[in-house]
Design a binder for this molecule. Sequence first.
Ligand SMILES: Nc1ncnc2c1ncn2[C@@H]1O[C@H](COP(=O)(O)OP(=O)(O)OP(=O)(O)O)[C@@H](O)[C@H]1O
Length: 250
Amino acid sequence: MSKPVLQVKNLHKIYGKKNQNQYHALDHVSFTINEGEFVGIMGPSGAGKTTLLNVISTLDDASEGTIEIAGTNITSMKQNQLADFRSEQLGFIFQDFNLLENLTVYENIALPLSLQGVSSKKIKPNVEKVAQRLGIESILKKYPVTISGGQKQRVAAARALVHEPAMILADEPTGALDSKNAKSLMETIMDLNENHDVSIMLVTHDPLSASYCQRIMFIQDGKLYKEINRNSTREVFHQQILNVLAEFSG
Ligand SMILES: Nc1ncnc2c1ncn2[C@@H]1O[C@H](COP(=O)(O)OP(=O)(O)OP(=O)(O)O)[C@@H](O)[C@H]1O
């Protein structure tokens, strides 16, 4: 049986101070993501998706509840421990790539390892391996300004993976890409999940990107609303996702 990589128990997030206008952005949410799973988070605007991602990413703190990542309870950690935990155990892919323009593609990918103080001799094979997986070996010497949006996102994905984190957290990774590059990136991410056992949690509004996941959790008003699994083709799953989204707008 697979082990949980992420266990969220009774997670509650309140914005605003006591005795003032408070907003319950997450309302006692519990779920588990197992090692090697590829799970999407969807829901209408304001549902709490970004809040959930930020709290799991350790960028924001929970008001109540616990979060365990790879067996470590991050809700009881101090700020400096959290920073180390985040850089060792998590990989991030954002909509706007977040590449450093004055570093080469190689240096951008190497960054998580350089920051951990890994020697350049040890970094090289890791960067080369992950660049090969993402099909970007030929652009390692280039600077971000000279590569396409699709290539930039592959570089960002390589950087998220190079330190072999317990889990990848992706926030609208295809948001800035055209449909051809979006499809190609999602196929690559799906391949990383299926063939290299990378555990992924993806927040997206895009039903097509979401259809590459194995499971989608829909949230509404800070609560889990529904969960669906991909049991047949991606096309069928895409339609099932559209059907649930229609329930929100209906
Ligand atoms: N810092 C904050 N202070 C107060 N309220 C906040 C704060 N951040 C978010 N909220 C509120 O919490 C709720 C959930 O917001 P969140 O950004 O998590 O939703 P979302 O599902 O990611 O929405 P979207 O799809 O539009 O990005 C919203 O009603 C939002 O207004």
